[in-house]
Design a protein around this ligand. Structure first.
Ligand SMILES: [Zn+2]
Length: 434
């Protein structure tokens, strides 16, 4: 059944070249005529409005929270078309994200993903969200709960308090010279008078040095890293909070709740981010923090040794640190996933800076949980039919088969080539010396 919306002659012909050829040959008066006579029964799509502007999240507009991701995708005929987003008549900055799944679904159209973060304004509960691309508009009304408005207010207040703390903690990421008050920095570029390094603080406190080798490669790629703290991290935060201290959560991703005692950094500006920074050059004075957290971050840096040393530099002597890095995990967050250390490798990262350092396994990372996560990752790289065949294998039988036998099996051909760079047992490199 065709979905709700209007028929687009141009898109129908673009999607179905066989129909376009038949119309050109005079077999049908138009694409629409083809659709009415045959296309509908053949299950072809007339490009309804919901396939032109689509919203994936939130899937229930009556439950928009204190800080909410809005995301979806659009299709259009013209590759230049961009979505325009406004809330209550005011333009909202949205980010374009790659959507290979939608590109596969509409190979003849220009498919683009979009997303933005929404936080309710002070005392404002009613919103009209307008999405527009080319000649299509979609207006959505939603009302947020008084709780959501209150949560957003609390988060704003805490972030302002963080700015107070940063007055004494923030420093040039390169030479650690002190810098002007954080609130004075926002809205312009800052040049460190001591070392000359420049920082683009036009829209946030962005202390990624402009001279950073991969500066231009740091762009939002669509994946939002958003997790809560586990029990071990919560214990550490609670202990520091009780003493009135501050924790640095380095590479925090997007945290749903902001904590008064936790300062966050990330390479991109999420609503919960205090300072935009890279791990190799932390923009804080020595010993600024009572504890540091680095949760699922160090696998994403080019030089984990330099980053570990930076974490230790900004930690007070005697201060506690907690770092979590995956070992058995698919390649993720490409192109920024570099190293997965063994327990010994993890110790080596911190050996020159720590006492009483011990490696243990978080409950969520139990070897059986790792196996399950791996299998889920595998399923995403199989053709559907092939995955069903593999899923029906008994684990014991599968493990007992020879590699050669597995590679000749009927499901092996259904493993997509792009999965090789995420899940393989080894990677090899061969090249020539310069
Ligand atoms: Zn400097």
């Amino acid at each position: 059944m065709p979905k709700e919306g209007s028929f687009s002659e141009a898109a129908y012909l673009a999607c179905y070249p066989d129909v376009a050829a038949a119309v050109a040959a005079g077999q049908f008066q138009s694409g629409e005529q083809h659709f009415e006579l045959w296309g509908r029964r053949e299950g072809r799509q007339p490009w309804p409005k919901t396939d032109r502007i689509h919203i994936d999240e939130p899937n229930d507009l009556s439950k928009v929270g204190g800080c909410q991701v809005f995301q979806g995708w659009t299709t259009s005929l013209n590759p230049e078309d961009r979505i325009s987003v406004s809330l209550n008549g005011e333009k909202v900055k949205s980010v374009e994200i790659p959507r290979p799944d939608v590109e596969r679904q509409f190979p003849h159209l220009n498919a683009k993903g979009w997303m933005f973060f929404f936080e309710p304004a002070e005392n404002e509960r009613d919103y009209v969200l307008s999405l527009r691309i080319a000649d299509v508009t979609s207006d959505l009304r939603f009302t947020v709960s008084p709780d959501a408005v209150q949560l957003a207010d609390i988060a704003r207040k805490i972030r302002r308090k963080h700015l107070d703390f940063l007055k004494s903690a923030l420093a040039c990421a390169m030479c650690h010279a002190s810098c002007p008050e954080p609130s004075m920095l926002i809205g312009s570029e800052w040049r460190c008078p001591r070392c000359g390094e420049r920082y683009d603080c036009t829209s946030s406190i962005n202390f990624i040095p402009k001279s950073y080798p991969n500066y231009d490669a740091i762009k939002f790629k669509g994946a939002i890293y958003s997790h809560g703290y586990d029990a071990t991290a919560e214990d550490l935060i609670a202990e520091v909070t009780q003493r009135g201290g501050k924790v640095l959560d380095c590479g925090a991703g997007w945290r749903h709740s902001v904590r008064e005692s936790v300062i966050t950094t990330e390479i991109l500006h999420y609503p919960s981010t205090d300072v935009v920074a890279v791990g190799e050059h932390l923009p804080f004075r020595d010993g600024a923090f009572d504890a540091v957290l680095s949760l699922h971050v160090l696998e994403h840096v080019r030089n984990p040794f330099v980053c570990a040393a930076e974490l230790m530099r900004v930690l007070k002597p005697g201060g506690r640190f907690l770092a979590v890095i995956p070992y058995i995990a698919p390649v993720h967050g490409a192109p920024f996933h570099f190293f997965n250390p063994t327990p010994q490798g993890l110790l080596t990262l911190f050996e020159n800076f720590s006492t009483e350092a011990e490696v243990s396994v978080p409950r969520s990372a139990h070897p059986l949980a790792a196996l399950k996560e791996l299998l889920n990752a595998y399923s995403g790289f199989f053709e559907e039919r092939a995955w069903k065949l593999l899923a029906n294998e008994k684990i014991g039988d599968f493990a007992a088969r020879t590699t050669d036998d597995i590679l000749k099996s009927s499901f092996a051909a259904g493993f997509r080539q792009d999965g090789m760079m995420h899940l393989s047992g080894n990677y090899m490199i061969a090249g020539k010396r310069r």
